[in-house]
Design a protein around this ligand. Structure first.
Ligand code: AMP
Length: 297
């Protein structure tokens, strides 16, 4: 079983063609739903009393929700706006609300999870949560500029506490204060991460392990409408795939990165969570085949 911890949100997403208000989002939501294509996935997160029943039902279709707490107050809210090219996003608002002082509890039957993903979330909460698992074989975390600018030292401690970091290129640069992605990865490895995966949006990713560098192309798409959650879907697919194989062999980690790129590509084709919830296993298989053809030479 895989456990995913992190934000579940009501997102406002401003794209050039459409504005979505208070839609289901959150790093853990995207990651866990993406992972559920590969393995049984439990979510640990918190929402407020304003969280729509309909969103709860959507998540329940894909996830084990024993770890989802409902607290008095408002759900975490994120408001972000894309530029006309959809490649730059600025954060207009981050309202932590019930997430601010959340003390997550790991359900007893999740404690045996061997695979744990700490999605984008307060790094201090992430550090204390990972200690509650009995036998973690592989753990991974992500972060975002909000936490790097408010709690950088804790982000570094979080990196020490996990096996792998998956992070986007801009955030890797801000966090490590380096400009070159190899230097960024080396620094995160010095801090204690065994594996570093740097996501480069539509351009794919770079995976680093020891002295191995594994670059992957993004799945080329002509029509992108909303990049929100692509990185989370990437990470969820990666760890979901590894959990399904119960393996952390380097060859499987490389395949996991390919699944990450492919699931990320589904997320950006529709608005909000729609790209993931409408996905069938056969769609994934087909796209993996197309991807293999694209990159073979
Ligand atoms: P991504 O597009 O992969 O960077 O992820 C976007 C998701 O991250 C959105 O659904 C947001 O709700 C969530 N998010 C944005 N800012 C934060 C934050 N500071 N902490 C946790 N989750 C966040």
């Amino acid at each position: 079983m895989l456990t995913v911890f992190g934000s579940t949100a009501l997102d406002t997403i401003r794209t050039p063609k459409k504005i979505l208000r208070n839609v289901l989002g959150g790093a853990a939501t995207f990651a866990a739903i993406s992972a559920s294509n590969f393995v049984k996935t439990g979510l640990i997160a918190v929402v407020g009393s304003d969280f729509p029943k309909q969103y709860h039902q959507t998540m329940a279709k894909f996830l084990d929700l024993q770890g989802l707490a409902i607290k008095d107050g408002k759900t975490f809210r994120y408001d972000g706006s894309y530029d006309n090219t959809l490649s730059m996003r600025s954060t207009l608002k981050t309202e932590l609300n019930v997430l601010a002082d959340f003390k997550p509890k790991v359900p007893e039957n999740y404690k045996k999870s061997q695979f744990v993903y700490l999605a984008n979330n307060d790094p201090e909460q992430n550090i204390s949560l990972i200690k509650e698992f009995d036998s973690v074989k592989f753990s991974m975390c992500d972060t975002i500029d909000f936490w790097i600018s408010t709690k950088r030292n804790s982000v570094i401690k979080m990196i020490k506490a996990v096996d792998a970091v998956v992070i986007n290129d801009e955030e890797a640069k801000i966090l490590t204060k380096e400009f070159n992605l190899i230097k960024c990865a080396k620094k995160m490895m010095e801090w204690g991460a065994k594996y570093v995966i740097i996501k480069k949006g539509e351009h794919g990713s770079l995976m680093f392990y020891d002295d191995v560098i594994f670059p992957t192309a993004g799945f080329s798409l002509e029509d992108v409408v909303d990049p929100t959650g692509a990185g989370d879907s990437f990470a969820g697919a990666m760890i979901g795939y590894l959990a399904s194989k119960n393996s952390t062999r380097l060859s499987e980690i490389k395949k996991a990165v390919v699944y990450g790129n492919v699931l990320g590509s589904f997320a950006v084709e529709k608005y909000g969570i729609d790209g993931l919830v409408s996905l069938k296993k056969t769609d994934i298989k087909k796209r993996i085949k197309t991807y293999e053809k694209m990159i073979r030479f």
